[in-house]
Write a protein that binds this ligand. Structure first.
Ligand SMILES: CC1=C(CCC(=O)O)c2cc3nc(cc4[nH]c(cc5[nH]c(cc1n2)c(C)c5CCC(=O)O)c(CCC(=O)O)c4C)C(CCC(=O)O)=C3C
Ligand SMILES: [Fe+2]
Length: 362
């Protein structure tokens, strides 16, 4: 018997979006930074990152591949459910996708967001943009956001295997003592302080995911690697504190301490989008090279079958919960499953109070 996904009649893949040609780059950056305090020099610099890659971000193609893989996975499990895709910051925009869903008669959709952790940027901002997009669409479906999955085995296990594969790429003589450098997107300290229902969830969730990856690497290799959680892609003005250390500064410090090799694990990202191919593969690997530090970068989950079927697992789990059942919620590590609906105070918007989808009224 195929799993029951009622009350849902669609799944919506929700992502960030990225430019696809040089003329898209500036309008995309304007979309992303509207109303935000980002210095002009930083915008010019980030624009250059995109131009270096032909003005095209890989993120949309990665989402097209994920979309196809999700459709195939659902069909393989006997689940007959249409799957849509919309972005916050670039075509296909959420509003256009919601219009298409309404025209197709969709009434209630589960939303899978390509962000594994709690923060304003990775959670509430998506829920606000979904609410804004649906407010402009006549007959837009009801939307539920699927829970955060930083501690779901379908996310953690591909990261473990990728870390082991990257360790295997290092020269033999540095492998045993290699340090794991877990990297995520920096956010303002204040954004981390407000993340999740009790605050601090952004860093706490990354630390829990990291601890689980390290433990599983220890089980596989028989030896517990030294490791740290560090940050990339800081963007605000220097006067505003953001999470540190930066990955490049961290590599300098490790090299100064005599480290010989590192594995860079992009723990904060689900696919190899711009932050990964520029900030890590271009910049951080160049830093390591300059320092004479052997370095390998672990793959992101991408379309790993375990990550793809995580989407189905969360959908089936949430559908059961919405029907009033008590589904098994798969997790690994020390933190419990994240909530289905965000409390009103979860991941607050520092600038304004905007309507959201998928939250609680208290
Ligand atoms: C936590 C987090 C994630 C992970 C969760 C998630 O995946 O959503 C993420 C993802 C991404 N961020 C991306 C791109 C950008 N982020 C920016 C700016 C910012 N990101 C922030 C945080 C995050 N960002 C923050 C606090 C800012 C400052 C402005 C603000 O307060 O909102 C800017 C402006 C220029 C700059 O300053 O860098 C750009 C261009 C892309 C697309 C990549 C591609 O094109 O391949 C992706 C997936
Ligand atoms: Fe970002």
């Amino acid at each position: 018997m195929s799993p029951d996904v009622s009350p849902y009649d669609a799944l919506l893949l929700v992502s960030f979006g990225g430019p696809e040609q040089p003329d898209d780059v500036i309008p995309f950056l304007e979309n992303v930074t509207r109303g935000k305090n980002i210095p002009r020099e930083r915008l010019a610099e980030v624009g250059e990152h995109y131009f270096q890659f032909g003005g095209r971000s890989p993120i949309n193609d990665q989402n097209r591949a994920l979309l196809a893989a999700i459709r195939e996975d659902l069909a393989g499990a006997g689940i007959d459910l249409p799957v849509y895709w919309g972005n916050r910051n670039w075509d296909p925009y959420l509003a256009d996708t919601l219009r298409e869903m309404a025209a197709d008669g969709v009434t209630r959709a589960a939303c899978f967001v390509t962000s594994a952790y709690s923060s304003y940027s990775g959670c509430r901002q998506y829920r606000e943009d979904l609410a804004e997009a649906s407010a402009g669409v006549e007959g837009a479906p009801q939307l539920d956001r699927l829970r955060h999955y930083f501690n779901h085995p379908g996310f953690v296990e591909p990261v473990v295997d990728a870390t082991l594969a990257a360790l295997a790429e290092l020269p033999d003589h540095v492998r045993e003592a290699a340090r794991l450098v877990f990297v995520t997107h920096s956010v303002p300290d204040a954004m981390n302080d407000g993340s999740g229902p009790e605050g601090g969830a952004y860093v706490a969730q990354h630390e829990a995911a990291m601890a689980e990856v390290v433990e599983r690497v220890r089980q596989e290799t028989g030896h517990r690697p030294a490791h740290d959680l560090v940050y990339c892609s800081r963007s605000g003005p220097p006067s505003v504190p953001w999470l540190e250390p930066d990955v490049n500064d961290h590599l300098e410090r490790l090299s100064g301490q005599g480290a010989a090799g590192v594995v860079i694990v992009p723990l904060g990202f689900v696919s190899d989008h711009m932050e990964v191919i520029y900030d890590l593969d271009t910049e951080a690997l160049a830093t390591a090279d300059k320092l004479g530090l052997a370095a390998a970068r672990a793959a992101t989950p991408g379309v790993d079958p375990r990550f793809v079927s995580l989407v189905r697992d969360l959908l089936v789990e949430r559908a059961a919960a919405e029907r009033g059942e008590a589904p098994r919620r798969r997790t690994v590590g020390r933190m419990p499953a994240s909530h289905d609906r965000c409390p009103r105070t979860c991941c607050p918007n520092p600038r304004a109070d905007r309507p959201t989808v998928g939250g609680l009224s208290v």
